[in-house]
Design a protein around this ligand. Structure first.
Ligand code: GFB
Length: 426
């Protein structure tokens, strides 16, 4: 039997990587110390998938900027044990390569990135994988009154305890759950500034393999300029997930790119400014629940109030179908449906086999793809999950009033302040 994922060219963990992404490597044998250097990174453990995507962009843009002069490879940190990935029955959600979620070839057209396994395959046996780890931390005086903002970094004592500990000559650490990985040196670096400021930190070191932990401390060089958007456009989703979303749109939402007037070239480099007036004949809502119910209590509506807002928009747009992307448990979704019984309310619910293959991350991406193709989208206040959908819609050229919308909390009332618009730049 051919599973849905095999059918769509799914790049499983055990599939040869040549089938899934090109190597950008020339032969680097590790013999000449600085010919090629490797930058590894990790992010504050509780952060979710979509904030991590943003941190990737900060580093990829940095690599893109220096790629003509310096020979770095950015090693894509495998996805391991994300806090929000809580499904049982999907197997272990650790060490998942980027090709499960993104088109790595497409990423490589913007920045010199490689998968972790490709990097690990290069390390000679006798050698610790990582030479130096720098844990970024904020300056203690960063928030002091009257302190002027100034780009700076310095190696300093660690302010908080770290998850790295010395064992013999080497340091052990979380290292994306790879038990055998070690580092030769671990230090803290107080850091205030944009990602390109990391250049100073990397170049004071002569190490071949450097890891930056808490990379989220480094800020975007420029948020929203054309380089930001090039990087963002290079983050095409993995083909098998796009195909699964296409199938769902066609079967359940009467939606296809042709009918909906959406026209995106295969290669993001060929993408030009687009205008989409259509979109699939459905309203898409990203209804963030779980930790947002207490983290953003004022701005996240209860289900009844969410349904009232959705119903009003449905009447205005004269649509029949609603697609809900949500992290809500089944019971909450069932309750929402009872409040919207006049409409067809749908959610993407993969079969157990498919879910096992694409995992929680894949389900979330399919949700995002479906939301990004709708005639009208309403997101959740300050959710990076919603932000990424808005960006996708900007790339496709939807009218901004159909994209930058969010549900209002009961306490705020309706209407409420809507999200900032971040227009695409070419
Ligand atoms: O993606 P994310 O950073 O967005 O984290 P926020 C939320 C995670 O929850 C997603 C799941 O990556 C998914 O795993 N999730 C949320 C969903 N909404 C949906 C959905 O509609 N469909 C599916 N399938 N899954 C931030 C976190 O969350 O919120 C931070 O990154 C922190 O760590 C902060 O917790 C408060 O920006 O929404």
């Amino acid at each position: 039997t051919v599973t849905a994922a095999e059918n769509t060219g799914f790049c499983a963990i055990d599939k040869p990587k040549e089938d899934c992404g090109d190597s950008v490597e020339e032969k680097d044998t590790f013999s000449s110390p600085l010919s090629v250097r490797y930058l590894l990174y990790d992010v504050n453990p509780p952060e979710g998938f979509n904030l991590r995507r943003d941190v990737y962009m900060r580093l990829a843009i940095f690599m893109h900027r220096i790629k003509k002069k310096e020979n770095w490879r950015l090693v894509l940190p495998p996805w391991s044990q994300l806090y929000h990935w809580q499904s049982s029955n999907v197997g272990e959600q650790i060490k998942l390569p980027w090709r499960m979620f993104f088109d790595v070839k497409s990423l490589q057209k913007f920045a010199p990135v490689i998968e972790m396994e490709e990097f690990l395959g290069k390390i000679p046996k006798h050698r610790p994988a990582i030479d130096e780890v720098y844990i970024l931390q904020h300056y203690k005086d960063m928030w002091d009154e009257g302190k002027e903002w100034q780009d700076r970094w310095s190696i300093e004592a660690c302010i908080e305890s770290t998850p790295y500990s010395k064992s013999g000559k080497a340091f052990k650490g979380p290292f994306w759950t790879y038990k055998n990985l070690t580092a030769q040196k671990v230090e803290c670096a107080s850091f205030q500034g944009h990602a390109t400021l990391l250049k100073g930190l990397l170049n004071q070191s002569k190490a071949k393999v450097v890891m930056i932990d808490h990379a989220e401390v480094a800020l975007h060089d420029t948020y929203g300029d054309h380089v930001y958007w090039e990087c963002r456009r290079s983050m095409r989703f993995a083909h098998h997930l796009v195909e699964i979303a296409k199938g769902f749109r066609k079967t359940h939402l009467d939606s296809s790119d042709d009918y909906d007037g959406i026209n995106r070239p295969e290669d993001w480099l060929e993408e030009k400014e687009q205008t989409t007036r259509g979109g699939g004949p459905y309203l898409a809502v990203h209804l963030r629940r779980k930790d947002f119910l207490w983290g953003r209590a004022k701005q996240v509506p209860d289900l009844q109030f969410a349904a009232e807002q959705i119903e009003e928009k449905m009447k205005e747009l004269q649509l029949r179908k609603i697609f809900i992307a949500t992290d809500a448990p089944k019971a909450e979704f069932a309750e929402l449906k009872t409040h919207l019984s006049k409409f067809k309310v749908l959610r993407f619910e993969p079969s157990p086999t498919l879910k096992f293959e694409i995992k929680d991350g894949g389900v979330a991406i399919v949700d995002q793809i479906i939301c990004s193709h709708a005639k009208y989208f309403i997101g959740t206040h300050e959710s990076t999950f919603s932000f990424r959908i808005q960006e996708e819609r900007e790339i496709m050229g939807f009218q901004r009033n159909t994209t930058f919308n969010r549900l209002c909390g009961r306490e705020e009332g309706f209407p409420c302040t809507q999200p900032t618009q971040w227009p695409i730049v070419y």
